[in-house]
Structures are given as C-alpha cells and as structure tokens.
Design a protein around this ligand. Structure first.
Ligand code: F6R
Length: 365
C-alpha cells in the first residue's frame, strides 16, 4: 500500500525518520546515550581488521562505514564490491571479521563473498533487512536494519538504515577498543538520537525546491556528483540513484579527483552536484567547486547553513540543510539526493518503482 504517495519510492523516502528511529532503538539507548552491547560473536576488541563486501547501494553504505570504523574504532577496513571480492583471493586472517551488507540478504555475489570468508575461518556479521534470508542464516551475527519491506527497486530507506546501523556499530567498536571515550559515546549517541527529528524537518521543507530543481535537471544528459570524506560515497550514491531511475548518465567522484580527469568534461551542459556539509573538508571541496565555476560549469550546491554562509560562489541552486553533527550528516544529506533523483524521474515519466532492466533482488551472478 502506497498510502497517499504516488510511488513506493516516495513513500519509502518519507518513512525514513520513523524506520531509522526504530532501527536505532535496537542499537542505542536513547535515554542513557550509550550504545547497546553488540552480539558477542563479533569481538571488536580483539579484531585486527574488518573485511566488508556488498553490491550497489549496500556497497556504498559500507564505504561510508569504512570511514566511521577507521575514524572512531581505529579498525582498518578492507572493502570491495562483492563481484570482485569473491574472486580476488584476498589474504584473510582469523583475527579479522567479515561484514556483509544486503537489503534482501539474497544477492548472489554477496553470498559468495560470505562463503569465501566462512571457508577462511572468519566470523561473519550480516547487516540485512530480511532476517530470514540466506545471508542472515549463514552468518554468526545478524544486525537487522529494521527498515520494513522495501518495494521500490531503488534503495532509499534501506540505505539510511544501513548507515544508522553502521554508525552504531562503529561507535560500539570504538567503545570496545577504547578509542571512543564515554563522553564521546554520549555525544555521538545524542547526535544519532536527534537524527529522526532532523530528517523529518528536512523532508518537510525541501520538497518544493527539489521538485523545481528536478525540472531543470531533467534537461541534461550528464551529471557529475562530487564529495569528500563520507560525502564521497554519498556522491556515488546520488549518481547511482539518478541513473537508475531517470536514466540520466551520472558519475560520482571524490572531489579531489576532479583535476585528475573529469574536469575535462566540465561545461554548461553538465551540471555538477557538490555535496559539502561544513565539515573539516569544506574549504577543500569549495576550492574544487571554484575550479568547476572557472570553467563555466553549473553548480548545484548541497550544503548546510554554515556552508551556505561561507561560500560566495554563484550556483544554479543551493540546497541548505540544517547544521548537523558530522556523524549524522550522511543520512541527512541522503534525503535531497534521493528526492532529487525521484522528482527528476517522475518529471521524465519513467517507471520509478520498476526501472527498466533492474530487479529488486539479484540472485544470479
Ligand atoms: C540501488 C539498488 C541496488 C542494490 C544492490 C544490492 O538502488 O537497490 O544497487 O543495493 O542490488 O542489493 P541487496 O542490498 O539486496 O544485496
């Protein structure tokens, strides 16, 4: 049932504050501002590293997770798309654990990667939406994302719920390893607790701007997304969302890679969507944006209040989100990215919930 929404994808985008709150409640104590203990099958304290593998959007959530595990838990993360991971014959060690992320829990390549790690004797954790799935069944520890059924082929709420779970696990890992102090844990969990409210505030305010921007975006054939830090995987997720449902060609790049190639493409026919919260990378990303502007590129700037105040560049559009804690910015910044892709596809008249050539669950290699 779509409720009063035109598509499942729209319904699932708007459900995010509620489902993320549900997901978080499984991992954090909202009142005590602590993370809940993690399934003992994965002993973060003694791990040398983490191997992470997944496909598509789930891979991109894993990539954000890598930044968090390395930063908060000082735990090195090896991550790859499952179709490569399964054949790489990567040397693995028993004091590593492996983490697989899959909404459906049935993706063939992800499952094959899991079995490879299992054979190598690693403990397996699964971040899944479908708890009865094959990937869940073959894992030592299940970390449910509790997003509820996701019907739209383009993943939205599963992505942000995967992020919420990964953030909670990274904090829990940091706590176990002594790299996150009790004070830091309190601050981080407080920020996570505020996220559902902030997400609904954003969803309630940006829709008209996303709709009118989508109308402009639908005229282009190519779009480039740029970001740094955790905004880099988000840039790739933005490009993936746009291409799969609107069929507009899009690429996501690390902002610093711009000058190593893609800058050659910049002209007025390829808008550049820059994702830049006012974080420790902001100035760097703005200087990449200047390089785009200097070559006549059109910029769609997704930032926060501080970022909007700090940048003087002329843009095609600036989307201003509230200033939020760094740990929750990927989930908050996912919202305009999803809505922009959604409204562009609706405007272009594509089959939003069932995009051509795509299946919700990819059970063949
Ligand atoms: C993109 C999308 C796909 C899936 C990928 C993995 O919107 O939905 O890229 O993320 O096929 O699927 P799961 O998570 O079921 O393993």
């Amino acid at each position: 049932d779509k409720g009063n929404h035109r598509h499942f994808m729209e319904k699932e985008i708007y459900e995010q504050p509620e489902v993320i709150s549900h997901a978080l409640s499984n991992y954090v104590d909202f009142h005590g501002h602590t993370v809940k203990p993690v399934d003992a099958a994965i002993d973060f304290k003694s791990l040398r590293g983490l191997a992470v593998s997944a496909c598509g959007t789930a891979y991109l959530s894993g990539l954000v997770g890598k930044y968090w595990f390395e930063r908060y838990a000082r735990l090195p993360v090896e991550i790859d798309v499952a179709s490569e991971f399964r054949y790489r014959e990567m040397p693995l060690y028993r004091d590593q654990a492996a983490l697989f992320i899959s909404q459906s829990g049935e993706t063939a390549d992800t499952l094959a990667s899991l079995r490879y790690c299992h054979e190598q004797g690693l403990k397996i954790g699964a971040i899944v939406n479908v708890k009865e799935s094959t990937i869940a069944r073959e894992s030592d520890a299940i970390f449910p994302i509790l997003a509820g059924p996701e019907i739209g082929v383009a993943s939205t709420k599963a992505f942000t719920c995967q992020l919420a779970v990964l953030a909670s696990l990274a904090i829990a890992a940091g706590k176990a390893r002594g790299t996150v102090s009790p004070e830091e844990e309190k601050q981080l969990v407080k920020s996570l607790s505020e996220m559902p409210r902030i997400m609904s505030q954003v969803l309630n305010s940006i829709q008209p701007q996303m709709e009118s921007l989508a109308r402009d975006l639908s005229k282009f054939k190519d779009v480039l997304y740029l970001g740094r830090g955790t905004s880099f995987p988000l840039a790739m997720e933005g490009a993936l969302k746009l291409k799969e449902i609107s069929y507009i060609h899009a690429e996501g790049y690390a902002a610093g890679e711009l000058k190593h190639g893609p800058i050659a493409l910049i002209d007025e026919n390829m808008p550049v969507i820059v994702i830049a919260p006012y974080d420790r990378f902001f100035e760097k990303t703005v200087s990449n944006m200047q390089e785009v502007a200097a070559r006549g590129g059109r910029i769609i700037f997704i930032t926060d209040e501080k970022g909007a105040a700090a940048s003087k560049l002329e843009t095609m559009a600036t989307i201003v989100l509230p200033n939020v804690a760094e740990i929750i910015s990927p989930m908050v910044f996912a919202l305009p990215i999803q809505l922009l892709a959604y409204h562009t596809a609706v405007f272009m008249g594509t089959d939003v919930d069932q995009p051509r050539n795509l299946a919700k669950s990819v059970t063949v290699e």
